[in-house]
Design a protein around this ligand. Structure first.
Ligand code: NAI
Length: 518
């Protein structure tokens, strides 16, 4: 039985594998006060890693970010060792060797012969099943995932992952130690991609589908995600940074592990990039060109038009209400009228047409269904009071005069109106709805709590909101409508509604609240 009592700061931690991740883990453990044994099969790799840690810490100390004496003490706690047997005294072993099931299983079997029965065996695997890694060991209950993010000293998140056999107390103990090391620990059950790599799939997947449908070009989709959505990077910029080969492989692994669930289907567009060697920043070309001197293409923006003198707000605009305030501040008169029959959830009469927030239908389909032929739809923004950009799409039945009036009003309000083809759910709204759907399914399936998923997506991939809290902000009923309309529009299982969203919508309860009934 593994010991699950709290691991004191003077307990030895062994780190196996002194590559990018092992080095970072050793640094964090040593800074927290633990004596660290660092082992790698590559000659001198552990010594070099210790040297690199010393250099990195001293650079931080030189900038005054940390105390130089504390750095020296931390480095002195790290002992490179040349045999696994030298890890015998460890209370916690964290392996960060090559991502290979057979290699990791062999290592864990070897470790079991060396360390005491109470030692916890943690793995930093990012894709392998914790259950599979633990299978066949004498004490599989002590094997747990401790998934750090790169670079370890900077990234706050640690996913603590339980396989079928993992003792709950072991997972709790590892979560406690990660917290003591200054990390945000979230708990998950072993599933393809764990929390972050699974729940983030729609961020890339929707962008790739939007590109495939030619809803907009790469810089325009990225600009909307970044400037309107508040994501740190656009999906294509991020895929280029991660590497299209790596990102494609992760998508493919999750898709295959989930028996080809269309939710996770990889994109031919991305695969073609990989085939062409357009891997991203590392190869000098991906979705963007990184050759020296090459300019970043600009996002599409509608030309400046005269602002309309007045608009009529029909009903309540809900989350988009701040847009009206910006129109007002820009000198556009706002009149109020009861909700329009065709737009019970609010719309703005503008120029000779109507402007409304997307509900997941195309503008053309919605214009046909409502009879409002001159219809322009707008996209989601993280904060309508501040967004510098907003996506818009006009129905096929809508002439340019309505779009010109929309562009004029938005421009006067300081918003770059970004033209999109008439795509269902536009860019940011459908991305956030798909992220929330995925997160809701992860809650439904008991992979993690709503709170941990929201924390993981904010700390692990820097999302501006947790997807579930964001869906609550938008309104569960709108998110449900967007998904239902996307599902009807594409006729694909990809947009099937998570049971959690259906249930919370039915009772009017929030998604981000773990105490709400499921
Ligand atoms: P890396 O290739 O930089 O380092 C792996 C190290 O393990 C190498 O120094 C290698 O010599 C050593 N090694 C290989 N087999 C060994 C064995 N049997 N015993 C001892 N040492 C051995 O790899 P990296 O990027 O540090 O990844 C390590 C683990 O962390 C993998 O499981 C990976 O999936 C996971 N991970 C990686 C992330 C990343 O962004 N690089 C993020 C999160 C997890």
């Amino acid at each position: 039985m593994a010991q699950a009592a709290p691991i004191p700061r003077d307990a030895t931690v062994a780190v196996i594998g002194a590559g990018a991740m092992g080095r970072g883990i050793a640094q964090v453990a040593a800074m927290a006060g633990h004596p660290v044994r660092l082992f790698d099969t590559r000659l001198n790799a552990a010594e070099k890693a210790r040297g690199a840690i010393a250099e990195a810490l001293m650079a931080q100390a030189a900038k005054g970010r940390i105390d130089a004496a504390a750095c020296e003490t931390a480095v002195s706690r790290i002992t490179p060792v040349h045999a696994l047997g030298d890890c015998v005294s460890a209370r916690l072993v964290i392996e960060a060797i090559v991502e290979d099931l057979a290699e990791k299983r062999a290592l864990l079997r070897e470790l079991e012969k060396i360390v005491g029965a109470s030692t916890i065996l943690a793995t930093n695997t990012s894709s392998l099943s914790i259950t599979a890694l633990a299978a066949g060991l004498r004490f599989p209950g002590r094997v747990v995932g401790m998934h750090f993010f790169n670079p370890v000293p900077l990234m706050q998140l640690v996913e603590v992952v339980s396989g079928l056999a993992t003792d709950d107390a072991v997972a709790e103990c590892v979560a406690a130690i990660a917290t003591a090391w200054g990390k945000a620990a979230v708990r998950a059950t072993s599933t393809p991609g764990f929390i972050v790599n699974r729940c983030a799939r729609p961020f890339y997947g929707e962008a790739l589908r939007l590109l495939a449908e030619r809803a907009a070009d790469v810089p325009t989709i990225d600009a909307l995600l970044r400037e309107a959505g508040g994501f740190r990077m656009g999906a294509f910029e991020l895929m280029d940074l991660i590497g299209n080969d790596v990102n494609f492989a992760v998508t493919r692994t999750v898709w295959e592990a989930c028996y080809h669930d269309p939710r996770y289907a990889p994109s031919v567009i991305q695969e073609e990039r990989v085939r062409a060697g357009h891997l991203g920043r590392k190869s000098g070309r991906g979705f963007y060109d990184y050759a020296e001197g090459s300019a970043r293409p600009a996002a599409a923006t509608l030309a400046v038009q005269p602002a309309p003198k007045r608009v009529v707000a029909c009903g309540e605009l809900g989350i988009a209400e701040p847009l009206l305030r910006r129109f007002d501040q820009a000198g556009i008169a706002i009149e109020r009228a009861p909700a329009h029959d065709a737009f019970p959830d609010g719309a703005i009469a503008i120029g000779d047409g109507m402007l409304a927030l997307s509900d997941g239908r195309t503008a053309t389909a919605r214009a046909a269904a409502t009879g409002a032929k001159r219809l322009v739809l707008f996209d989601l923004a993280l904060d309508y009071a501040r967004t510098p950009r907003l996506g818009v799409a006009r129905a096929d039945s809508c002439g340019v005069s309505t779009q010109d009036a929309v562009a004029g009003a938005l421009h006067a309000a300081g918003v770059a109106a970004t033209p999109l083809d008439d795509v269902a759910g536009l860019v940011v709204l459908r991305t956030v709805a798909a992220l929330a759907n995925e997160a809701a399914d992860a809650v439904t399936q008991g992979i993690a709590s709503a709170r941990d998923i929201d924390t993981a997506m904010q700390k692990g991939v820097n999302y501006p909101r947790g997807p579930l809290a964001w869906a609550d902000e938008i309104g569960v009923s709108r998110v449900r409508d967007v998904l239902a309309n996307l599902s009807a529009h594409y006729g694909e299982d990809r947009y099937r509604l998570s049971p959690l969203i259906a249930r919370r919508h039915a009772v009017g309860a929030p998604l981000a609240d773990d105490r709400a009934s499921t």
